[in-house]
Design a protein around this ligand. Structure first.
Ligand SMILES: Nc1ncnc2c1ncn2[C@@H]1O[C@H](COP(=O)(O)OP(=O)(O)O)[C@@H](O)[C@H]1O
Ligand SMILES: [Mg+2]
Length: 291
């Protein structure tokens, strides 16, 4: 089976990209799936959340991108938790901020460097999760051109939907220009039941993404911060916590939804019609995501 490559992206910081990447990857691995988690953010927060001293690392995502001979298997590390024995991780650190310049120097097609490295290991994993930086940078573009799906975490807040609409537009342009099939899904994070702004963000996201908004929402939960502090994924640190339950539900929904999709390489390009307003008709969003 070929891996599904999922980019977790949003140019806004603090929306739960890293928390989602770590916990989605670990919940998928806890189900026995072979998962590769790749940190594409020079801040290296995935590694920090997984108990790794990222500053002293010498082999990171930077090498994967910049060194033509470096492979996923040579760089991916295992993690100390037996329940996550099928999880592999490639960490990042600040050196990754130099990668964009190096990619330009070394490759004729610098935006396809990551796609090329992942293509050759697609049979070795079930899921590849890419934690993107909080910017629409060339690193993020590498992730978009390597992935089958983009998951956009939307943190609850007044500015959050505005930024997501812009990101959806950018993705639409990218995929139109490349002719690639794509699948963009929205995930509400930091949801507070009973809070007005939470309800409003959820309603706006439903209108914008239609069926491509995950039914699972990730609730605001103190155990998220605590598990990051203890540098252990929720599935291990607090498997019964609300947040662990939410990420387990997300992993189940994702597996179920993506199982219904045809992989990009075997499907023809489709018209792209990401709705641009919150009042977009449901039929627009249904038609636009190339099932
Ligand atoms: N569901 C949640 N409940 C409580 N805190 C959360 C939740 N999701 C994320 N956070 C907190 O929000 C902060 C930002 O999350 P992070 O995943 O690092 O965002 P990003 O990667 O988008 O910048 C972190 O301190 C994290 O602990
Ligand atoms: Mg992050």
């Amino acid at each position: 089976m070929r891996a599904r490559v999922i980019a977790v992206a949003n140019q806004k910081g603090g929306v739960g990209k890293t928390v989602t990447s770590i916990n989605l990857a670990s919940c998928l691995a806890a189900r026995g799936r072979r998962v590769l988690l790749l940190d594409l953010d020079p801040q290296g927060h995935c590694g920090v959340g997984l108990g790794i001293d990222t500053e002293t690392l010498t082999r990171t995502t930077y090498d994967l991108l910049v060194d033509r001979t470096a492979t996923v298997h040579a760089l991916a590390i295992t993690l100390p938790w037996p329940a996550l024995s099928t999880l592999r991780f490639i960490p990042a650190n600040l050196q990754l901020s130099l990668a964009e310049r190096e990619l330009e120097k070394r490759y004729a097609l610098p935006n396809l460097a990551l796609a090329a490295k992942l293509k050759v290991v697609r049979d070795d994993f079930d899921d590849v999760i890419i934690d993107c930086p909080p910017a629409l940078s060339k690193l993020t573009l590498n992730a978009f051109l390597a992935c089958d799906s983009v998951v956009i975490p939307v943190g609850v807040g007044f500015f959050s939907i505005h930024g997501v609409r812009m990101l959806a537009e950018t993705l639409k342009d990218i995929f139109e220009e490349t002719g690639l099939d794509y699948d963009i899904r929205c995930l509400i994070t930091r949801y507070r039941t009973g809070q007005t702004v939470s309800r409003e963000v959820r309603k706006a996201a439903d209108e914008l993404f239609g069926d491509y908004c995950f039914a699972t929402v990730i609730r605001e939960c103190v155990d998220v911060e605590k598990s990051i502090g203890s540098q252990t994924p929720l599935a291990v640190w607090a498997p019964q916590s609300q947040a662990a339950q939410d990420y387990r539900a997300l992993s189940a929904e994702l597996v179920d939804q993506l199982a219904k999709k045809v992989l990009r390489d075997s499907s023809p390009p489709v018209p792209i019609t990401v709705p641009t307003t919150t009042t977009a008709k449901k039929s627009d969003s249904e038609a636009g995501h190339g099932a």
